[in-house]
Write a protein that binds this ligand. Structure first.
Ligand SMILES: [Mg+2]
Length: 204
């Protein structure tokens, strides 16, 4: 009898792990400022949202449903800049990992918004074996628990997400990525529950 060896799985968060989300928001904010909004107004509306989405932000800024639809169409140029918003060496490194392992996207947020960003990031499409869009009311930890045990690695910038996975799927190897440009805050579990890397190449 031949025993099939199962390939190990790597799950990657999207925002601030693979994707320069801050630069993306800057593009969006610049557009909104050109529509007459101030940084503060945008910031206040954004802070009040449970989960960021263009439609939520625009509705919060007072646009009607029809206006929101039209403006989202105008903003699509930003979604389709996904490849230039990938962080340095992400494509090359994940391609190497994908030779020996399954790579999966595991992202949380407004699904249409996250999908639009991922759809615009075509360089990742041939690399990802699967994509998992987790929405409000669900967690990444639940998704990894339900995906079953095995040799699993999860990479995320957020300590909250890493702790959730640790609690619900304790067999998963955790890695925190702290790109210096995002100026993330150190966490007491850094170097304990998870190793910390500051660039994607350190994963290989
Ligand atoms: Mg993130």
């Amino acid at each position: 009898m031949r025993i099939e060896s199962k390939r190990s799985r790597w799950y990657f968060d999207f925002d601030r792990t693979l994707y320069d989300t801050d630069s993306f928001y800057r593009l969006v904010n610049n557009d909104l400022i050109s529509h007459g909004h101030t940084e503060k107004e945008i910031h206040d509306v954004k802070s009040a949202l449970d989960s960021y989405s263009f439609s939520g932000l625009l509705a919060g800024l007072g646009y009607t449903e029809d206006q929101v639809a039209e403006m989202i169409g105008d903003f699509h140029q930003h979604f389709y800049q996904g490849n230039i918003l990938l962080l340095p060496n992400v494509t090359q490194t994940l391609s190497q990992i994908a030779h020996a392992h399954e790579c999966h996207l595991l992202t949380f947020g407004d699904e249409a918004f996250q999908r639009a960003k991922y759809d615009g990031t075509s360089d990742l499409h041939p690399i990802m074996h699967g994509t998992h869009f987790i929405t409000h009311g669900h967690t990444k930890g639940e998704a990894l628990r339900d995906a079953g045990e095995g040799t699993v690695t999860f990479v995320d910038d957020s300590p909250e997400q890493l702790l959730d996975v640790h609690e619900k799927a304790p067999w998963v190897t955790l890695i925190r990525i702290m790109w210096p440009k995002f100026e993330l805050t150190a966490h007491p579990e850094d170097g304990k529950l998870w190793n910390v890397v500051t660039s994607i190449e350190e994963l290989i």
